[in-house]
Write a protein that binds this ligand. Structure first.
Ligand SMILES: C[S@@+](CC[C@H](N)C(=O)[O-])C[C@H]1O[C@@H](n2cnc3c(N)ncnc32)[C@H](O)[C@@H]1O
Length: 551
């Protein structure tokens, strides 16, 4: 038997279908403003793709046709929460959105990929295991809660299983090795499964979208204005909703009040039309924070509009300002044809321009466009796990590098026990928020720098002393190869990799532990633990905290 390499336990026969995480060159869209950063290609990832069709004698070249209907049974949940099924007697893999483990259903092939196909569920024959009634009436139509009708315990089991699969098959850490069970920690469930989101963004639309299966029934109102969530996969179709079970109660009250009135003719408000680019109201963002002194909720209502016309919003603003929890009404003006909620200009229409929240005993001021962990309750647990992994000496001697620092929350929660925190982040406003949050908490040993970590140059390491601990918390594409190479050369004693995408996380862990043979770089880290955390019940999202130690 071949020996495992020093950088960690390694799988000798990775499954090919999970290895399809690629890097492709794409033009750069954001230029770094600060000096340490240089141009490079951008990293993108594709989802893990399934196993190729079975080529045994019973099914030499089976491939279903587009439009073909198949009777299928969902085996498990795969990446992005899609149900993984195999065509009987062939082993051919098909993926189906919203198919849940154990469910027998009829599906129609919609898309053919290299080695698998996607199907659309037409009819359930027998329901999935652990079937529960979804409490939200919109659950089967809105793109958010794909698994609300799956028992929560089964949801977290499926997420834990996905992380294990990816760590073995993409990360190439062998589950045959005795160390493996110690590395893989059981998932931390979220004990608040509804009303956990502190931020929701709704869109205004010129037409209500009605799901096909409801067409012809009483809610067939396609020509009415809509305020709600985008139909899955469509930027121009809005499912009208008047409450969302994931956001706070005060936010739902405000949403209902806005729904009640914004269409009235005396308000003269029109939704923005993404095709004709006419109309006024683009998005409604609701953020819930907390008054640090009283513990009461603080609500920010942010209208994103195509022009600045405060007189048009005035009656609506007066109505919602009457809610005791509403402390801020903002207006982001986005004149571009793009559909983002970040405005080129921002105005305060009522109250203050920020709301407050506390995390690990620190205060944070949140503005309309600041990044802040969306589930505050579970962020408290996530940050405690990070602190535990950090294993700081507490004598103020250590240097921490906080990569992808956002508004500085992770670094700031560690700052009081270390010598200095250096944070790097691409978004200007997040850096200003991080500096303001440091001041607000009397923290003077933190430096936050704006820059693009996909474009770091050879001299990146000159901007801070050698760190004892690196925290890296990239968004979904994971770390750029330049950053991986930098970390392999830097050789900090510990790295904590916080990830919202276990597939790219597993790939980066592989590079850090097993190296980049094609680039002649050896791995120099040992994977000590992988801790999945459920931050977003009922959705496919999975967070992980991974600890790496220098070999
Ligand atoms: C998952 S968030 C983590 C934020 C922060 N660590 C926290 O816990 O609040 C990822 C952050 O990476 C930033 N980011 C994305 N791409 C980046 C890049 N190329 N260079 C630097 N920062 C980037 C995003 O703006 C975002 O704030």
């Amino acid at each position: 038997m071949a020996a495992a390499p020093a950088g960690g336990v390694r799988l000798l026969h990775p499954r090919p279908w999970l290895r399809n995480l690629g890097r492709r060159a794409r033009p750069l869209s954001i230029l770094a403003a600060s000096s340490p950063i240089q141009h490079s290609e951008e990293l993108t990832t594709t989802a893990a793709s399934p196993k190729p069709p079975n080529k045994d004698k019973n099914s030499p070249s089976y491939y279903p046709k587009r439009g073909q209907t198949l009777e299928l049974v969902c085996e498990s949940l795969a990446f992005k929460g899609k149900g993984l099924c195999k065509v009987a007697d062939t082993g051919f893999v098909v993926m189906c959105d919203r198919a849940l483990p154990g469910e027998k259903f009829i599906g129609r092939v919609t898309r053919k990929k290299d080695n698998y196909a996607e199907v659309k569920k037409l009819k359930t024959i027998t329901p999935h295991w652990d079937n529960v009634e979804a409490p939200c009436e919109f659950a089967s139509h809105c793109g958010g809660c794909k698994t609300q009708n799956l028992l929560y315990e089964a949801q977290v089991r499926a997420k834990e299983e996905q992380v294990r699969e990816l760590i073995v098959h993409v990360g190439k850490f062998s589950d045959k090795n005795s160390e493996y069970d110690g590395i893989m920690k059981p998932i931390v469930p979220c004990d608040i499964q509804f009303h956990y989101r502190n931020k929701m963004e709704f869109s205004f639309g010129t037409k209500k979208w009605v799901p096909a299966e409801l067409l012809g029934q009483e809610c067939d109102e396609t020509n009415e204005y809509a305020l709600g969530l985008h139909a899955p996969g469509f930027y121009d179709k809005v499912l009208n909703i008047n409450r969302c079970l994931l956001q706070s109660d005060p936010a739902n009250k405000v949403l209902a009040a806005i729904q009640d009135s914004w269409r009235h003719s005396e308000f003269s408000l029109s939704p923005y039309d993404v095709h004709s680019h006419r109309g006024f109201l683009k998005h409604l963002m609701l953020r819930t924070g907390r008054n640090i002194e009283t513990g009461q909720p603080e609500l920010m209502v942010n209208f994103v509009t195509s022009s600045y016309q405060p007189e048009l919003l005035k009656p609506l603003v007066e109505k919602i300002a009457a809610f005791p929890d509403v402390v801020s009404v903002m207006n982001n003006v986005n004149t571009s044809v793009g559909n983002t909620s970040v405005g080129e200009e921002e105005y305060t229409l009522f109250g203050k321009s920020t709301i407050m929240e506390s995390l690990r005993g620190l205060k944070f001021q949140i503005s309309a466009n600041s990044f802040f962990q969306t589930n505050t309750h579970q962020a408290e647990i996530l940050y405690k796990l990070i602190e535990d992994c950090a294993c700081l000496k507490g004598d103020g001697s250590e240097i921490v590098l906080d990569l992808f620092c956002g508004t500085g929350t992770i670094g700031l929660t560690l700052a009081k026990r270390v010598r200095h925190v250096y944070g790097f982040e691409i978004v200007d406003q997040a850096i200003s928020d991080a500096c303001r949050n440091a001041n607000l908490n009397g923290i003077s040993n933190a430096t936050f720098v704006q820059g693009d970590l996909n474009k770091i140059g050879e001299n990146f390491g000159e901007y801070f002393p050698k760190p004892d601990l690196v925290i890296t918390d990239p968004n979904r594409p994971g770390m750029h190869i330049k950053l991986i190479k930098f970390l392999l050369k830097l050789k900090a004693a510990r790295i904590i990799y916080v990830s919202c995408n276990p597939a790219t996380c597993a790939r980066d862990l592989d590079y850090l532990c097993h190296g980049l043979p094609e680039q002649n770089m050896k791995g120099c880290y040992k994977l000590k633990s992988v801790q999945p955390v459920d931050m977003f019940p009922h959705t496919p999202h999975i967070e992980c905290v991974c600890l790496l130690e220098l070999c």
